[in-house]
Write a protein that binds this ligand. Sequence first.
Ligand SMILES: [Zn+2]
Length: 203
Amino acid sequence: MDKHPRTNTIKLHRYLASLTLLSASLTAAARCWQDDGLTQIMWGVARQHFSTLLASMPRVEICSPEHFPNSQIGGQYVFGNRIIQVPTYGVNRDDLTNVLAHELGHAEAERRGIDDRSLQGHGVGWMRVMIEAGLGHEAQRVAGYLPGAAHALQLAQRQGNNSKQFADAGKAAFKCIAQVQLFVSDSKGQRIETYEIPGCIPR
Ligand SMILES: [Zn+2]
């Protein structure tokens, strides 16, 4: 004989209540699906900015709004699964291609093995990827609202300058100095003078 019939009744009620809640949340459950049009747009953005991704493109899908923590979110990238998700309300927004470029930046950072989970994935690594892709304006936009991201952007810009200096130094090391010899005739007399000028003389 059960000594605690009342407690069990309460437990049963709680169980039934949780079942009701579960079925209610299943009714409103988030759904995601693929869309050819959206996939085409994503490929267009990748061709323009992320040619390195074309051989291993992420998947893009549309998801119902419940899938996202709030309606400010234009899209998100699922690390590991390599999926870009765009909310139904984001598909017709003017900034759709910008959203896709932003998320492709996360995919490219992941492809490069940049472990950039700091700043919700918008750390120095992602910033560098965006700057190199010609999408510095999107990095700027994120730096404008995400605390700490402005500093990451500064570091990314500095890294960019450093690598540009390396590249310039490399070019200088291999720079062609052409020697030209000119026949000079003036009041001091006639002679051959040698000048060095930057550039290569075709052989
Ligand atoms: Zn992001």
